[in-house]
Design a protein around this ligand. Structure first.
Ligand SMILES: N[C@@H](CCC(=O)N[C@@H](CS)C(=O)NCC(=O)O)C(=O)O
Length: 97
């Protein structure tokens, strides 16, 4: 069983957070979901890991990303689990991609 290393700090309503959740879903990457309070000052966990209060924040080991653009680029380069890759290939074949 793959060790889940990534943690996503996010809110349900944040458009940028939705983009990151979608990307994680597309790539079938496992992650620990940390839903944080709506109001910035109450996001103690976010500040502890990233030194700021905005979401989304992705933590992967020593890597801490606070900009949506950077998070999406990081996930695009993320090494996929061979099983996931085969699954995606077969899905693409079915979709004629
Ligand atoms: N520069 C950040 C900004 C993200 C952002 O604006 N996040 C909003 C949620 S959509 C946020 O945390 N807002 C806190 C607030 O409005 O108090 C990024 O690109 O990810």
């Amino acid at each position: 069983m793959n060790q889940v290393t990534m943690r996503l700090f996010h809110t349900e309503w944040c458009p940028e957070c939705m983009l990151v959740r979608e990307k994680l879903g597309e790539l079938a990457l496992p992650y620990e979901s940390v839903v944080v309070p709506d109001l910035r000052p109450f996001r103690k966990q976010v500040y502890e890991v990233s030194g700021q209060y905005y979401v989304p924040v992705l933590v992967d080991g020593e890597t801490v990303l606070t900009e949506t653009e950077d998070i999406l680029a990081y996930l695009d380069e993320y090494p996929l689990d061979p099983k996931t890759e085969t699954l995606q290939e077969s899905q693409n074949q079915q979709l004629g991609r």
